[in-house]
Every structure is written in C-alpha cells, then in structure tokens.
Ligand binder design. Structure first.
Ligand code: FAD
Length: 334
C-alpha cells in the first residue's frame, strides 16, 4: 500500500513555529507546551521547526519554551508566507528526518499548508483538533475533534502511517513559558525550495481590524437574551478593558460578527474573567469557555444551566445588572 512505513523508523514530536514578520503566532507556544507533554510521555524529543528570513531569535525562544532541538530553514524565499515553499520544505524535512508526530497550529497559515505535507508523505492528518493525548498501550497519538457539525467528538488515531499529524485550534492549550536556563540545539537545515515552488504571488497582505478574542484577559459575552442590544455588554467590556464575545444564536441573528463567536464551532477562550450575559449555557457554548478562570453568569432564569458552570451567578435582567456593574466599576476607578 502506498505510504505504508515501518513505524519504528519514526521518532520525535515536531511543532511548527508559525511566524509573521519575525513574530511567533501564540498557537506555536501553546503547541510547544502540549508537544513537551506528549514527547515526555512517549520518551521522545521535542523538535521545533522555524521557517523564515532572520528567525534565529525564534529558535532561541523555542528552546527556552521547551524544545530540545530547533530546525531552522532560513531563506528570503520564506518571506512572506506562501504555501508552496512552506509545504515543499516541510515535506522534504519529514521525508529526510521521519518525525513520529507533527503538530501545526490550526490558523489560516497552518490549515493552508498542512495538507501539502500530509498528502505527499501519506501522513495521517487530523484537522482542527481540540484535544491531544497518547494512547497508553500503543503510544499512538489520540487526536480529538468535534465531528458531525459539532454533535459528537471523534478520537482519531493513525495506526499504519507516519507522521501522525494534527492541526490544533488556537487557544485550547496554555502557552509554554520561557525558561532562559534551558538548553537545546539549533540546527540549520538545507533549504530545498526555489522560485519554481512559488506558484502563487502575494500581492497585498491585509490584516483585519478584528481583535483576537482568544488573547483577552476579560471577555464579556452576550447571548440571545440581549435581544440584539449589545450596548450594555459592550459598555461592561469597555469598563473592564475586555473584549466582547457572543453565542452562536447572537451571531446567527446578525447582531455581532462571527469572529467573536465562542464555542464548539467558534473560538476557544480562557480569560481570567468571563461574564456571560443572557446566555443559557448550552454544551456547545460551554465547550469554548468553561476553562476560563472565573465565570460570572447574568441570567433572569434561575434554572438556566449556565449557573451550574459559573463561579458567581446573578439572577436578574442583564439590562439592569450590566449597567449597574459598569457604573460601579467606573466609580471605583474614579
Ligand atoms: P438561548 O439558549 O436562547 O439563551 C438565552 C438566555 O438568555 C436564556 O437562558 C434566558 O433566560 C436569558 N435571558 C433572556 N432575557 C434575558 C435578560 N433580559 N436578562 C438576562 N437573561 C436573559 N452555540 C454557541 O454559543 N457557540 C457555538 O460554537 C455553537 N456551536 C454549535 C454547534 C452545533 C452543532 C449545534 C447543534 C449548536 C451549536 N451552538 C453553539 C448553539 C447552542 O446549542 C445554543 O443554541 C446556543 O449557545 C444558545 O445561545 P444563547 O444562550 O445565546 O441563547
């Protein structure tokens, strides 16, 4: 069968360090933390891979954040990002070095080129994972992700092919913290791509003005209970210096942009404080926020399920409670 391999020939957990303009995407450090755990569990090394022009500082940071070795492919051809050169270079390294597990952020970039590595190497790729584990008996990667439109969770394992690849949703793991005393190896690898791999051209890079809610320390979310009036939610978020988020109901009603949806089919957030206003607490919503440090729920129905997951519950009308909280916070701030 094409791509069938001797799995014993494959070792190490690889994490792709995504960068733009020399700055690493946060999901890369999240994957490095999870990758460290998986590598330790499997008794393998954690290897990071950085591609770009002048990216040595990221290789050093990857070691501080847990990598044993960092493979650096440095060349102007990797700037700006294009799927052709990234996919081809990554494919070459996989075929040359035989990693056991490869983790890539489920960002626009990661989703764009992961398939270009998986298809030619016959790897097993599970996209958009929200959990990763190691199967105790076999040491196989257990890649978990929502399936059937979010109605069920699937656990996918790749038994016969290598590497075991996964793209992982940003925000589901805590980022690895740097330890300046950590030591590791930086290896410059041969760059095997040239202009012939640039089958597309970057004409312009437009960065949207939507703030990434996954980075916010405070998130104030509104649901169907807002009846389309997000004013009190926005005011409370502004008073707390936080971001506004929403349920799928609110997004589907067109009350707020889809980039702010939290939940199984939206973003995963883990802020210090999550305030849910007029949100019932459906399982699909909870999945995107129930790892928040402190959850406050404001709901006029004392039996709303959100109260089961909240640290603090306020039973009442959000149109009275949100403005009262906002006023109190502003008063305290003077
Ligand atoms: P409701 O369930 O209608 O709750 C509104 C709440 O507001 C009620 O509890 C009510 O008591 C309260 N309320 C009303 N008026 C007031 C008031 N004045 N003051 C205070 N409280 C008030 N949902 C998501 O959020 N994210 C997802 O990613 C997501 N993915 C899904 C994927 C699938 C496959 C499916 C089937 C569903 C998904 N959903 C998702 C939808 C989810 O099941 C719920 O329907 C949705 O989360 C409910 O949104 P809500 O809490 O805003 O609305």
């Amino acid at each position: 069968m094409p791509g069938e391999v001797d799995t014993e020939d494959y070792a190490d957990v690889w994490v792709f360090i995504e960068q733009h303009d020399g700055e690493a995407a946060k999901v890369s450090w999240e994957l490095l933390a999870k990758g460290r755990e998986l590598a330790d569990e499997k008794g393998e090394r954690l290897v990071a891979l950085v591609m770009g022009d002048s990216v040595t500082h990221l290789a050093e940071e990857a070691i501080e954040r847990g990598a044993d070795e960092v493979l650096v492919a440095e060349d102007p051809i990797f700037e700006p990002y294009l799927p052709g050169p990234y996919g081809e270079q990554f494919r070459y390294l996989v075929e040359e070095r035989h990693p056991d597990v490869v983790l890539i952020g489920g960002s626009h970039t990661g989703r764009d080129f992961a398939g270009r590595v998986a298809v030619p190497t016959y790897a097993g790729l599970t996209a958009d994972c929200t959990e990763l584990d190691i199967e105790p008996d076999t040491g196989l990667l257990l890649a978990k992700r929502p399936t059937f439109g979010g109605d069920a969770m699937a656990t996918i394992k790749c038994v016969e092919h290598r590497p075991q690849m996964a793209t992982v949703r940003p925000g589901v793991f805590d980022a690895a913290q740097p330890d300046p005393d950590r030591e590791g190896t930086i290896t410059e690898v041969e760059v095997v791509v040239d202009e012939s791999h640039q089958r597309s051209r970057m004409i312009e890079r437009v960065v949207g003005d939507i703030t990434d809610i996954t980075d916010a320390n405070v998130v104030v979310a509104g649901g169907y209970g807002t009846e389309g009036d997000f004013g009190p939610v926005e005011d409370l978020a502004a008073a707390l210096g936080g971001e506004v988020a929403a349920t799928r109901e609110a997004v589907e009603e067109g009350w707020i942009e889809a980039a702010r949806q939290v939940g199984q089919t939206g973003k995963t957030v883990k802020p210090d404080l999550y305030i849910a206003c007029g949100i019932s607490g459906a399982i699909q919503h909870l999945e995107g926020m129930n790892d928040s440090k402190t959850i406050v729920a404001i709901n006029d129905d004392p039996n709303a399920p959100i109260f089961d997951d909240a640290d603090y519950g306020i039973v009442g009308d959000l149109f009275e409670i949100c403005p009262a909280l906002t006023e109190l916070i502003e008063q305290k701030r003077g």
